[in-house]
Design a protein around this ligand. Structure first.
Ligand SMILES: Nc1ncnc2c1ncn2[C@@H]1O[C@H](COP(=O)(O)OP(=O)(O)O)[C@@H](O)[C@H]1O
Ligand SMILES: [Mg+2]
Length: 154
């Protein structure tokens, strides 16, 4: 089962701190994740999907989550990205998952964010996406990607 597998994985693990409202460094954690996947020779399409999802999750943590952490874990089955914050939480997950829904302020919108496509794109680009959020406690994302590298002959 996917769920059980997520709990077990950790052949490789690296953590990246994400600072809240720091738009100078926003996106750096996802770039580092992307570079690690490039270094290990991951498939181009896998790298692309992970990079998109990781970036969207990171930006949400910067803007809404008051900062947090991104954890990259790799094993023989795939890539797991966890993004966790201790921010305000999401009141209505179903609403938040809808394309175009956003609570971005005009200031955030002026910076080019707030299209309301982040969470839907994380779901679209991953093979399994679990989001847990509690008001006043924070938000946790688990984003899993099948690597396909098990079937590869190298
Ligand atoms: N880590 C988070 N903490 C609190 N709220 C969040 C978080 N991530 C997303 N949200 C809420 O979900 C909404 C939708 O997120 P998303 O699909 O990425 O769109 P956008 O970031 O463009 O608003 C956000 O506007 C915000 O209200
Ligand atoms: Mg977003």
């Amino acid at each position: 089962m996917r769920q059980g597998m997520i709990a077990l994985m950790s052949l490789f693990r690296q953590e990246f701190a994400i600072k809240g409202m720091d738009f100078i460094h926003a996106g750096e954690a996802s770039i580092r994740v992307k570079n690690i996947l490039k270094e290990i020779g991951a498939h181009q399409d896998l790298i692309r999907r992970v990079a998109i999802a990781a970036y969207e999750a990171e930006i949400n943590t910067v803007i809404y989550g008051q900062g947090g952490v991104m954890i990259l874990e790799l094993d023989e089955d795939g890539v797991l990205i966890r993004v966790e914050d201790k921010g305000p939480g999401i009141p209505d997950l179903k609403l938040a998952m809808q394309e175009g829904w956003s609570t971005a302020t005009p200031e955030i919108q002026a910076m080019g964010f707030g299209a309301g496509m982040g969470l839907p794109n994380i779901k679209k680009n991953s093979d399994k996406f679990v989001i847990d959020s509690e008001i006043g406690q924070g938000t946790r994302l688990k984003i899993f990607f099948n690597s396909g590298w098990k079937g590869r002959k190298t």
